[in-house]
Ligand binder design. Structure first.
Ligand code: SF4
Length: 236
């Protein structure tokens, strides 16, 4: 059990991906992740560095000041993996404190765990479906549980590097469509834009085309912050 919140960074930026694209918010980025996605663009958040511990009081002060002294009331809790078991008690404490202060709270979930005690308290869950290029797998039962228990409060996001990734997402969607009565949540495809890469225009065009050719079940939303600031820039 980690004694305190391990925090990589707290900063204000405009959301660059998913259904809240373009919305200013404060990011609270937890330090520590054991998921191990091959194409992770935040490998600096992997180590559980005990020197990066921060008190809840300091986090709340930073959220307030970064949010232009309380003017911006949207917070996204991300990582690292904020749902790693060692982070969960701290994230729970933070979510409760933010809700007491009337913040809208989104949590970024890696897709490997459904953590009801946190999901029941937050306003929105951005849940990853891990594609083959990540080297990690999201069990379909996790998406089924999200669909059953968190209707209207979550999106699924999938990074797409190539056709194999796209086909894996499509297979998952079609399998779930047979198993579930309704599949009405937004399912976002994020064409990947890797570190040190030039803007991958052809990859974007391909993903748009594959989606159109296969029924258009998904929303294709790129990572806007990488177009503006480049793929390697942090805290933007
Ligand atoms: S879950 Fe997120 S932080 Fe962890 S390895 Fe995957 S992309 Fe990186």
């Amino acid at each position: 059990m980690i004694e305190n919140h391990l925090i990589n960074s707290i900063y204000r930026a405009t959301e660059g991906e998913g259904v809240f694209l373009g919305r200013p918010q404060i990011f609270v980025r937890y330090q520590g992740c054991a998921v191990g996605c091959i194409n992770c663009d935040s490998k600096d958040t992997w180590t559980f560095d005990k020197d990066m511990n921060v008190s809840i009081t300091e986090i709340l002060e930073r959220v307030y000041t970064e949010g232009r002294n309380g003017l911006i009331k949207n917070v996204s809790i991300t990582g690292g993996d904020p749902l790693h078991p060692s982070h969960v008690p701290h994230v729970l404490e933070l979510v409760k404190a933010l809700k007491d202060r009337h913040y809208f709270v989104n949590i970024e979930a890696a897709g490997t765990r459904v953590v009801d005690e946190i999901f029941e308290l937050v306003d929105y869950i951005s849940f990853d479906f891990k594609t083959p290029s990540t080297g990690v797998k999201t069990p379909l039962k996790n998406i089924q549980k999200m669909n059953k228990d968190y209707e209207g409060r979550f999106q699924v996001k999938a990074v797409v590097a190539d056709k194999t990734d796209f086909d894996a997402v499509l297979d998952a969607y079609k399998t779930l469509a047979v198993l579930e009565d309704t599949l009405e949540f937004p399912w976002v495809l994020t064409p990947c834009f890797n570190n040190e890469e030039k803007f991958p225009m052809q990859r974007f065009i391909n993903v748009l085309s594959w989606n159109e050719e296969n029924g258009g079940f998904f929303r294709v939303i790129g990572q806007q912050h990488k177009w503006i600031f480049g793929p390697d820039e942090k805290q933007v």
